[in-house]
Design a protein around this ligand. Structure first.
Ligand code: AMP
Ligand code: FE
Ligand code: FE
Ligand code: ZN
Length: 288
């Protein structure tokens, strides 16, 4: 029946998305409009190392009748494996946290500058100024470099740019400034946000990572992720249960066509998991 179907679609919860404040394609209000169109009722906005998109997203979400979960995704590297830590319920007005994130964004700019130099040395004349201009609001990263490589016809796609130039071990790969995942979790805990390990299979060693991060204050594990198989989902749920972590998830949407399989709502989070996450925050905010 129509009513049931729309009630179900309305209930879609997506807790992992990006805007053009970092490497996504949609402006915050466009992301919210697209989410609304796809029947998303709870939307987590989790840009890389910046909260700059959150105010505009909250405003648009209030208009659209969507619950906006303010978030951030902190990027760290361990032995060349990507360890990303999501922080939910960040306070975008917290000036010390903003200052720490500005440091991370500045470190991203330095990293991208070195990538541009490297590409120029290799003979690929990407437009460095145009790339760096995008750092004026929010944060930049490898996808911005990838798009510049596409613009000069050096690669066919963003993925091609990562495979040939930008991922670890490729000629224009530049490591991040050291920032440990423990420090990322600690930063979020200090500002009363809820830290969650993003797309855990990227870390290569999930149990080892959790043994480091749970004592630091990690509270959740991103178990709902569209790229993972049902076996991997089952494995992650068992791991989350074992460590007493709240299962979360989302599409990791970066814009239409940015990456296959990452459309909004692609990895819906069940209502009860969302309630566990929001209860953690309510208890924290209530001083329980
Ligand atoms: P950075 O934050 O600068 O290290 O760049 C990493 C970001 O690039 C990730 O958050 C993804 O959004 C994106 N990314 C990584 N690998 C790929 C890929 N193969 N294709 C498209 N986007 C990618
Ligand atoms: Fe990204
Ligand atoms: Fe990530
Ligand atoms: Zn992400």
């Amino acid at each position: 029946m129509m009513v049931t179907e729309s009630a179900q679609t309305r209930a879609t919860i997506d807790l992992h998305t990006h805007t053009n404040a970092s490497d996504g394609l949609d402006a915050p209000a466009e992301l919210v409009a697209n989410a609304s169109q796809r029947g998303i009722s709870v939307l987590g906005v989790t840009d890389h190392d910046t909260m700059d998109g959150l105010d505009a997203a909250s405003e648009a979400a209030a208009q659209a009748g969507i619950t906006l979960v303010p978030g951030v995704e902190l990027s760290t590297t361990v032995d060349r494996a990507e360890v990303h830590v999501l922080g939910y319920f960040v306070d975008s007005t917290e000036s010390d946290l903003r200052a720490r994130l500005s440091d991370l964004a500045a470190s991203r700019v330095r990293r991208v500058e070195r990538m541009i130099v490297r590409l120029h040395e290799l003979g690929y004349r990407v437009d460095g100024e145009a790339i760096l201009a995008q750092a004026e609001e929010g944060s930049i990263g490898r996808p911005h470099v990838a798009r510049a490589l596409m613009e000069i016809g050096a690669v066919d796609s963003v993925n091609d740019a990562f495979e040939r130039f930008l991922k670890a071990g490729r000629p224009a790969y530049i490591p991040r400034d050291p920032f440990s995942p423990e420090d990322a979790v600690g930063l979020l805990v200090r500002y009363s946000a809820i830290p969650v390990l993003a797309h855990p299979f990227s870390t290569k060693d999930i149990e080892g990572t959790l043994a480091r991060l749970v004592p630091a204050g990690l509270k959740g594990l991103e178990t709902y992720y569209a790229e993972y198989s049902s076996e991997q989902h089952a494995q992650l749920h068992a791991i989350a249960d074992g460590w007493g972590l709240v299962p979360t998830g989302g599409s990791d949407y970066h814009g239409l066509g940015f990456r296959e399989g990452r459309e909004l709502g692609a990895a819906p989070v069940p209502q009860d998991a969302w309630e566990r996450l929001s209860t953690l925050y309510a208890d924290l905010a209530g001083g329980a």
